[in-house]
Every structure is written in structure tokens, then in C-alpha cells.
Design a protein around this ligand. Structure first.
Ligand code: GUN
Ligand code: ZN
Length: 437
């Protein structure tokens, strides 16, 4: 089995820095080493010691660069790659004006293949080794993403977006066809290679109760699948849900009533939660996914990171492109920090790095497998140059510990900071546009 030894600064986690003191669960080494055997990490330890013990390993010395688990984006929309950064609308108008017309183009499988490949290459160039995506209502859009992920050996979570009302004619399925198509797709892709299927009702305004119920049945029949949707993103959306579901106790209840609340549920945004919703999400162990650049860009509101973490919720971090305005999980961490500050809580760089790796992996029920720089984890790794621009370099030069050195890259970094990426034990050719190793 091929052995690789990566040398550099290493950073990994053995626990949740929102529950424990970050200093107890963050593990940093100035001269660390990551031994890869085959597709997995076998040891993380002292670089010189590993070099001595494994003279047969192929060594890549990254010097002062930071070796971390690859970033895990827990919620995005690959079909929106082409219309990211579209001006001037809030959620419902933004969907109708920009998003739905773009998603209609995915009726053409060749277009879907083109955007799927482009999106994954953009993700890799930004150090994202796993993404979780909504597709469109077209089954071929799901095939396109999973096929593109398989050729890159990437772990990807995705599902057919289901909508049978309040969407244009060419973007509507039915309760039955959503069930049938989703079932066919999950049978074709779920747990095949590195693919994970997520049953995907877009959000309750675009699904009839009959469709929500059909997808709840499908989830009960296939409980190892994830389920992804949106929850409590904007006030007009919440008012619309109230109108459409007059007997529901709250927004979450529109999912709960139809079997769409569960431990493997991923609820994007979750900004304006009622106390009952927070309690129920914590009780069932579901995950909420924070999408901070999107929340600022679409004007949704300020996610309550500390309140929800204290309530015991599982929280993932995500770009939500193209509602989100960046493919970069560094920029996403920066936005999470800024939203935290606006709510009076400064997230520590250890908490931000944990959210972008381990936290998202935990939300996806893939703890220890992805987002983890430790023995047994898949060797999906990002190497970050902590001096990638003159502005960042002059700031990190005066840092006196790793957190002060990494924080300028979190706040000001982008794809230029991504020096290298490894996927399943192989150096990824595509993003090595900045080969400093
Ligand atoms: N709610 C329903 N669909 C979407 C979407 O595509 N993006 C965002 N941000 N919110 C949504
Ligand atoms: Zn979304």
C-alpha cells in the first residue's frame, strides 16, 4: 500500500469546542506529520518521528503551511453556481427572478454535467473536499453530480429537489413522481462509493402536504439516507408557511407532521426559530446548518450560534451558494464570525475551523470519516498557506501563536490560500495552481 507523509503545521480536533474548552480538544503541532496509507490517515504525530519510522513513505514537506482536514460544506445548491451574486432581491423574489429560471436550464443533462463538474472543481480549488448539494427537480441533475463526484473520488451528499407547487410549470413534479424518482435515484446512488443520498423537499412552501407525506414515507423506508430542506430563513417566508399550513404549530411542524423530522435531518438556515422548534430539533438530534454569507446576502437575519449550541443543537456550516456569495469556507467562517459579533459573541478560530470540518461532518453523520485529521479518517486534506497575500502575510508575520496566525487567513483568505488538496489519499492535481510545496 502506498504511503505518503505530509509535513507541516498540523491542526485537528478530538472533541467539540462549543462543549469543551477549545484548548483541550484542539491539537496543534508546529512540526507535525500526517501519515497516509492508501486512502486513509493512519497516524498524525510528530513529523520527524514519523519520517524516521516510515522511511518508505513518500514525503511532501509543506514547511510552514497548515495541514487541516478538508472543508465540509453542509448545504449548497450546485445548480445555482452560474447565477451566484445576483443583485437586489430577498428570498422569494430572488427565487422567482434568478433561481428558478436558472434551475429550469437543468432539463438539459449536458448543461447539468457541465455545471456539476465546474462546481466540484471550484469547491476543490477552495479547499472543500465534501459538499452537500440540492440538485434540481430533474433526476439527471442528480446523476450528473454524483457521476462528477465519483470521477474525482469525492464524498458528496445530494438529492433531487422536490417541488409540486408554487414553482414554475417546468419545475414541478408531483407527490408520486417525487417519490418514484427519489427512490430510483437513492437505489442507484446511496452508499455507492462515496455517495450519500439526501431526500430533498426544497421547503414546505413548494411541496403539498401529499408530497411531504410521500417523502416522509420514503425516508422511513430508507432511514440511512439523510433528509435536507430549509427552515425559518426569512420573515415573509415564515408568514407564507403559516398561511399554507394554518394548523401547523410552527414551521418545523410542517415537516414533523409528515415524518420529515429526524436525527438524519439537515435544516438549512434556522434563523428565526420558536422555542418549541429549538427544543424539538435538540430532542431528536437533528442538525441545523448555518449559512452566514447567504444570510447576509439575501438579508435573512442573524443566526444564534451560541444560543443554539448551548441548547445542544448539532450545527453544520455551509456556503449555500448561490444564495451564499462565496464558494470559500474561509469566507464562510469569516461571515460566521461577523454574524457572531453582531450577536455579541466572538467565535474562537478553533470553533470556526471545527465548524468547517468536524462540525459539518457530524451534521452529516460522517464523524471520524471526513472532516477529521486523525487516525482512521479519510485522507481528504487541505493545505493552507497562512501568508497567501501581502495583506495576510504582514499580519500573520506578527502572530505569536497558531490561532493568531490562522485568524487572518480565516478573515481575509480565499482560494489563493489553498496551497494543495488531497482526496482519498491522492494529491489532487486540479487546485495545485499555487504549488509552494
Ligand atoms: N429556500 C428555498 N429554496 C432556497 C434556495 O434555493 N436558497 C435559499 N437560500 N433558500 C431557499
Ligand atoms: Zn439552500
Amino acid at each position: 500500500m502506498k504511503k505518503h507523509l505530509l509535513l507541516g503545521q498540523t491542526l485537528g480536533f478530538s472533541g467539540d469546542p462549543f462543549i469543551n474548552d477549545w484548548a483541550d480538544v484542539a491539537h496543534y503541532a508546529r512540526h507535525g506529520g500526517v501519515l497516509i496509507e492508501g486512502t486513509k490517515i493512519s497516524v498524525v504525530g510528530d513529523g520527524a518521528t514519523l519520517r524516521q519510522r516510515h522511511p518508505d513513505a513518500i514525503v511532501t514537506d509543506y514547511g510552514a503551511a497548515l495541514i487541516s482536514a478538508g472543508f465540509v460544506d453542509a448545504h449548497m445548491h450546485y445548480p445555482q453556481t452560474g447565477m451566484i451574486a445576483s443583485w437586489g432581491k430577498q428570498l422569494i423574489e430572488w427565487l422567482n427572478t434568478y433561481t428558478f429560471p436558472e434551475e429550469a436550464r437543468f432539463a438539459d443533462p449536458a448543461y447539468a454535467q457541465d455545471v456539476a463538474g465546474r462546481t466540484l472543481d471550484l469547491a476543490l480549488a477552495h479547499g472543500t473536499t465534501t459538499l452537500t448539494s440540492f440538485c434540481t427537480i430533474h433526476p439527471a441533475s442528480v446523476d450528473a453530480l454524483f457521476a462528477a463526484a465519483a470521477t474525482r473520488n469525492m464524498a458528496v451528499v445530494a438529492g433531487k429537489t422536490c417541488m409540486d407547487r408554487n414553482a414554475p410549470d417546468d419545475l414541478r413534479d408531483t407527490a408520486q413522481s417525487a417519490y418514484d424518482d427519489s427512490r430510483r435515484l437513492l437505489e442507484a446512488w446511496h452508499c455507492k462509493g462515496r455517495a450519500t443520498y439526501a431526500i430533498t423537499p426544497r421547503f414546505s412552501p413548494t411541496s403539498t402536504p401529499a408530497q411531504l407525506e410521500a417523502l416522509g414515507v420514503l425516508w422511513a423506508e430508507n432511514p440511512t439516507c439523510l433528509m435536507q430542506t430549509h427552515l425559518s430563513e426569512q420573515h415573509p417566508e415564515i408568514a407564507w408557511v403559516k398561511n399554507l399550513f394554518p394548523t401547523a404549530r410552527d414551521y418545523l411542524d410542517t415537516y414533523e407532521a409528515y415524518g420529515l423530522l429526524g436525527e438524519r435531518g439537515l435544516y438549512g438556515h434556522a434563523i428565526h426559530l420558536e422555542p418549541r422548534e429549538t427544543l424539538r430539533l435538540a430532542e431528536v438530534g437533528a442538525a441545523v446548518i448555518h449559512c452566514p454569507t447567504s444570510n447576509a446576502f439575501i438579508g435573512s437575519g442573524l443566526f444564534d450560534m451560541m444560543g443554539l449550541a448551548t441548547a445542544g443543537l448539532c450545527i453544520g456550516l455551509a456556503t449555500d451558494t448561490g444564495g451564499g456569495s462565496s464558494f470559500s469556507m474561509l469566507r464562510t467562517m469569516a461571515a460566521a464570525y461577523e454574524i457572531g459579533q453582531l450577536r455579541g459573541a466572538a467565535l474562537h478560530p478553533a470553533q470556526l475551523m471545527w465548524l468547517a470540518t468536524e462540525g459539518s461532518a457530524k451534521a452529516l453523520h460522517m464523524s471520524g470519516e471526513i472532516g477529521h485529521l486523525g487516525a482512521g479518517g479519510m485522507a481528504d486534506i487541505v493545505i493552507l498557506d497562512l501568508a497567501s497575500t501581502p495583506a495576510i502575510a504582514q499580519r500573520s508575520a506578527r502572530a505569536d501563536d497558531i490561532w493568531d496566525a490562522v485568524f487572518p487567513t480565516i478573515m481575509m483568505g480565499d482560494d489563493r490560500a489553498v496551497q494543495d488538496v488531497w482526496i482519498a489519499g491522492r494529491r489532487c492535481a486540479q487546485p495545485a495552481k499555487n504549488p509552494k510545496a
